[in-house]
Design a binder for this molecule. Structure first.
Ligand code: ADP
Ligand code: MG
Length: 286
C-alpha cells in the first residue's frame, strides 16, 4: 500500500503546477544528486530570432531567402525564425527534402542540392565553412557544394533559469549538467551565465541518450539522475533518466507522455520545488 503522505506530496506538487505521475517518482526525486538539462526550450525560451546575416557573394536578404526556401519544409524553431525574418515571397519549393535531427535540412532546388544547417554537418559533406565571430546558434548555407555564408540566430535564457540552478544547489543537488546540440561557444556562454557545473555541446539526440546512460550507470558517483527537457527530439532521453521531467507548455505530446513528471508552467525553478516537496514528503512518511 502507498503511505498516505505520498498523496499529500503529489497534491502539494499539483497545486504548484507540477504533475507527478506516481509516488515512486516522488521517492526517486528524494535521492537525486545529478540534474541534467536540455538547453533549447528548457533553460532558454526556445524562440529564436535572426540577428546577423553574413553573406559571402550575395545580398544578405538573398541569403536569408535561400535559407528560408529550405526551412519552409521544417517545423524546427530555428527554421521558423528564419521564415519569420525573410521578407521575400517564396516562389519555389524543394524536392527530395531531408531534415536531419541536430544537423539541419537539405533538398533539391532547381535540381541542385541546397544545404542549411550547422557547420559540422556541412563540413561532413566537404564544404568549408567560415567561423562566425558572433556568439550564437549559427546556420550555414551551401548551394551546389558552394559555401554562401551563415546566419546567426539568438535565443534568450528563461527569466528563472539562473535561479533554477541556484535553488538546486540549495536543495542539495551535487552536480548540474547541460546537454545541447548547439555549438560549443553558445553552450559555454549559457552554462557559465547560469552557473552550471558541466556541459556537452554538439550532441545528436542519440548522444544525449548515451550521456545520460553513462551518468545513471555510475550511481556511486552521480546518485540518481533527473533529466529535464522540452522534448523536441528528447523523448528517448526522458525515458533513460531515473526521473524524466518534461516542460508541459512548450513540450511535445510525446515528451509529456514519456515523462515521469510534467512542469505545467515551463519554469525550470519548479524542479527545485519538486525536490523540496519530495524531501518533505519523505520526512513525514518515513
Ligand atoms: P538542442 O539540443 O539545443 O535542443 P537540436 O538538437 O534541436 O538543439 O538542434 C541542434 C543543432 O542542429 C541546432 O543548434 C542547429 O545548429 C542544427 N539544426 C537542427 N535543425 C535545424 C534546422 N531545421 N535548420 C538549421 N539548423 C538546424
Ligand atoms: Mg531541445
Amino acid at each position: 500500500s502507498i503511505p498516505l503522505g505520498f498523496f499529500a506530496g503529489i497534491g502539494t506538487a499539483s497545486k504548484n503546477g507540477i504533475l507527478i505521475k506516481g509516488s515512486n517518482y516522488l521517492e526517486a526525486l528524494n535521492t537525486v544528486q545529478t540534474a541534467v538539462f536540455d538547453k533549447t526550450g528548457t533553460l532558454t525560451q526556445g524562440s529564436f530570432s535572426v540577428t546577423t546575416v553574413h553573406a559571402l557573394n550575395h545580398q544578405p536578404a538573398q541569403l536569408l531567402t535561400l535559407a528560408a526556401l529550405a526551412e519552409q519544409h521544417s517545423t524546427h524553431p530555428i527554421g521558423q525564425s528564419i521564415l519569420a525574418a525573410n521578407q521575400t515571397p517564396l516562389k519555389e519549393t524543394l524536392t527530395d527534402v531531408q531534415e536531419s535531427a541536430g544537423h539541419g535540412i537539405c533538398g533539391l532546388l532547381n535540381g541542385q542540392l541546397l544545404q542549411v544547417g550547422n557547420a559540422s554537418w556541412l563540413q561532413a559533406s566537404g564544404i568549408q565553412t567560415s567561423t562566425p565571430v558572433e556568439i550564437g546558434t549559427s546556420v550555414h548555407v551551401a548551394y551546389q557544394q558552394n559555401y554562401l555564408g551563415y546566419l546567426i540566430i539568438a535565443d534568450t535564457v528563461k527569466p528563472d533559469a539562473q535561479a533554477a540552478i541556484t535553488q538546486l544547489k540549495q536543495v542539495g543537488i551535487h552536480q548540474t549538467i547541460m546537454l545541447t546540440g548547439d555549438n560549443q561557444p553558445v553552450a559555454q556562454q549559457v552554462s557559465a551565465h547560469l552557473g552550471i557545473d558541466h556541459y556537452q555541446s554538439e550532441l545528436l539526440p542519440q548522444d544525449k541518450v548515451t550521456a545520460v546512460a553513462k551518468l545513471t550507470a555510475n550511481r556511486m558517483v552521480n546518485g540518481k539522475v533527473v533529466f529535464v527537457g522540452d522534448g523536441i527530439n528528447d523523448t528517448p532521453v526522458l525515458a533513460r533518466a531515473d526521473v524524466g521531467v518534461a516542460m508541459g507548455g512548450l513540450g511535445s505530446d510525446a515528451a509529456i507522455e514519456a515523462a515521469d513528471i510534467v512542469l505545467m508552467s515551463d519554469e525550470p525553478t519548479k524542479l527545485a520545488t519538486a525536490i523540496s516537496i519530495a524531501h518533505y514528503t519523505h520526512h513525514i512518511v518515513w
